[in-house]
Design a protein around this ligand. Structure first.
Ligand SMILES: [Zn+2]
Length: 148
């Protein structure tokens, strides 16, 4: 899904834009249910494109103040990238469909995966009652541009 920066600015709230498109990090405990250990919400979808990213069953109380999951809903839902922005290697988690930044994955999660996906709540549509940000429209393939 290729969108211009201007489109993302219009589609997302300023906080969503900052996280997804500028790889920002929200303040911890922005989401009051971050540490609820999976009581509420889900399926969690990308606010950028609606992709199904995480399920409530994988949510755990990480104590960090960010929604944390042991793994994505499907292995292909997210992609991981090396991130050296703080001078030490971390794995950045991105939405595979729209490339939006979601958070980071750490190796101190609970069993069985041992992974902790630490995700900004601003990047997640927290459940079926929320408005679908994507609709069902197919991503627009690039069209041949007639250059005048
Ligand atoms: Zn997405």
């Amino acid at each position: 899904m290729a969108r211009s920066d201007d489109e993302w600015r219009r589609l997302l709230t300023p906080e969503q834009y900052r996280v997804l498109r500028r790889r920002g990090t929200e303040r911890p405990f922005t989401d009051p249910s971050a540490d609820d250990g999976g009581r509420a919400g889900g399926p969690y979808r990308c606010v950028g494109c609606g992709a199904h990213l995480f399920d409530a069953g994988a949510k755990f109380d990480s104590g960090t103040g960010w929604p944390s999951f042991t793994g994505p809903a499907e292995a292909g839902a997210v992609e991981l990238r090396r991130d050296f922005s703080l001078g030490l290697p971390r794995a950045e988690v991105r939405c595979r469909r729209c490339g939006g930044h979601l958070g980071h994955v750490f190796d101190d999660g609970p069993r069985p995966t041992g992974k902790g996906y630490c995700i900004n709540s601003a990047a997640l549509d927290p459940g079926p009652t929320g408005p679908s940000p994507s609709g069902n429209s197919k991503p627009v393939e690039r069209q041949p541009e007639s250059v005048a």
